[in-house]
Design a protein around this ligand. Structure first.
Ligand code: 3MF
Ligand code: MG
Length: 344
C-alpha cells in the first residue's frame, strides 16, 4: 500500500478550453468535484484563493473569511484536507503587468491584498501553506523591468505574507516561461536563493512541477533531489510534458516513463511525505475527453505513481551497486529499461 497521500486542485477538472478554442464540457459544481476526489482516493484539495471564495475582490475581509468557513465545512463533511492556497495573481486586470513586480504601485498593493486574503483563507481552511506560482512576475519586454528591482519587489511581496502571519509558510512554484517570457524565478535553484533574501528564509520553500522543470530544459527528478538536499521540497505537482513547447499538464508518466520512475524513486528514497507533504498532481485532461470520463487523467496519474512505487521497491539495488562498481553504466541503462518493461 502506498504511504503517500495525494492532492489535486479543482482546476484539474476543467471544461477543455484552450488558447484556440472554447469550453467543450459543462462545468462540474465544486461539491461534485470534492465528492469524486474523495471517491477516487484523494486526501487533500489544492486551492486558488478564488476557487475557495469566488468574486473575492467584491467582498469584505470578514465576508471572505465567512465564505471560507463554508468551504471548510464542506471539506470536513467529505473528510478532505486543504493542502494550500495560491493567490491567483494572473487573471485580474490589476495583474496584467505582474502582481508583486508590476510597475504600478496600485497593482502591487492589490497583489499584497490578495496574498494576505489567501493567508486568511488558508488559516480558515486549516492549512499553513501558501503557494506562489509567479505567473507574470518577469517581463514580456525585457527593458520594462530592471531585474534587480524585480527581485527586490518579489522579496517585498513574499515578506508581506511572512510578516502578516508569523507561522505561515510560502512555497514558490517556479516556471521558466508561459504566460511570461522571462521569469524572475525560473527554477528551484532560484527559489532557494530567493528564500535567503526574505524576512524568514526558514519559512520559504518550493513546490516543483515536473512539466515546469522540463520546460526549463531540466530533469524533474534532479530538480527534486536538489530541493530535497536543501530540505526545501514542500510540495510537488506531478504531471508530464512532451518536450519544450506549450505547458501540457499531461497525466503523470504519459510521455516519459523513465523520467517518472526517477521522480518516484527520489521522492520515495529521501523521505518526501514524512513531514506531511502531499503527492500533488497538476494534470489536465485532453480536450477530446467526454464529461463522463473527465477524471481519468487523475486516476491514471495516481495509478501510474503507485505502479512506479512497486518498480522502485523491486529495483535490484545489489545489482545496481554491482554495476556502478564495475562502472558498466550501459548495463545499468539496460537493466533499468528491462525492469520498467517487466522483463527483469
Ligand atoms: C501553471 C500551474 C498552475 C499552478 C497553480 C497553483 C494552474 O503552470 O502549474 O496551475 O500550479 O496555480 O500554484
Ligand atoms: Mg502547477
Amino acid at each position: 500500500m502506498s504511504k503517500f497521500r495525494f492532492s489535486v486542485g479543482p482546476w484539474n477538472v476543467h471544461e477543455g478550453e484552450d488558447a484556440f478554442g472554447p469550453a467543450v464540457r459543462k462545468s462540474i459544481p465544486f461539491e461534485d468535484k470534492v465528492k469524486k476526489f474523495k471517491e477516487i482516493g484523494i486526501s487533500a484539495v489544492q486551492f486558488h484563493d478564488d476557487d475557495a471564495v469566488p468574486d473575492m475582490n467584491n467582498l469584505s475581509e470578514d465576508q471572505i473569511k465567512s465564505r471560507a468557513k463554508d468551504v471548510k465545512s464542506l471539506l470536513d463533511e467529505y473528510g478532505l484536507e486543504a493542502e494550500f492556497v495560491a493567490p491567483r495573481l494572473w487573471m485580474d486586470p490589476h495583474t496584467s503587468d505582474g502582481g508583486f513586480t508590476s510597475n504600478s504601485k496600485e497593482d502591487r498593493d492589490f497583489a499584497f491584498w490578495r496574498a494576505q486574503r489567501s493567508v486568511d483563507i488558508a488559516r480558515t481552511l486549516g492549512c499553513d501553506r501558501i503557494v506562489l506560482w509567479l505567473a507574470r512576475e518577469g517581463t514580456l519586454c525585457q527593458e520594462s523591468k530592471d531585474p534587480v528591482v524585480g527581485m527586490e519587489r518579489l522579496v517585498a511581496g513574499i515578506d508581506s505574507i511572512l510578516n502578516y502571519d508569523p507561522t505561515i509558510r510560502v512555497l514558490i512554484e517556479p516556471k521558466p516561461n508561459e504566460p511570461i517570457d522571462r521569469s524572475f524565478c525560473p527554477t528551484i535553484g532560484h527559489v532557494i536563493a530567493l528564500a535567503r533574501l526574505t524576512a524568514a528564509p526558514d519559512r520559504v520553500g518550493g513546490l516543483i512541477e515536473s512539466a515546469h522543470a522540463i520546460l526549463a530544459g531540466l530533469d524533474p527528478a534532479v530538480e527534486m533531489g536538489f530541493a530535497l538536499a536543501n530540505k526545501k521540497l514542500w510540495g510537488v505537482h506531478l504531471n508530464d510534458q512532451n518536450g519544450m513547447r506549450y505547458d501540457q499538464d499531461k497525466s503523470f508518466g504519459a510521455e516519459n516513463l523513465r523520467q517518472a520512475f526517477n521522480q518516484v524513486m527520489v521522492l520515495k528514497n529521501h523521505g518526501y511525505g514524512h513531514n506531511g507533504e502531499y503527492i500533488g498532481l497538476d494534470v489536465k485532461t485532453m480536450r477530446t475527453q467526454k464529461i463522463e470520463v473527465c477524471y481519468k487523467h487523475i486516476e491514471n496519474s495516481m495509478a501510474v505513481f503507485k505502479l512506479l512505487e512497486k518498480k522502485v521497491e523491486t529495483f535490484d539495488i545489489a545489482k545496481r551497486d554491482k554495476l556502478i562498481k564495475a562502472r558498466d553504466y550501459e548495463a545499468l541503462d539496460y537493466y533499468t529499461i528491462s525492469h520498467l518493461l517487466g522483463v527483469e
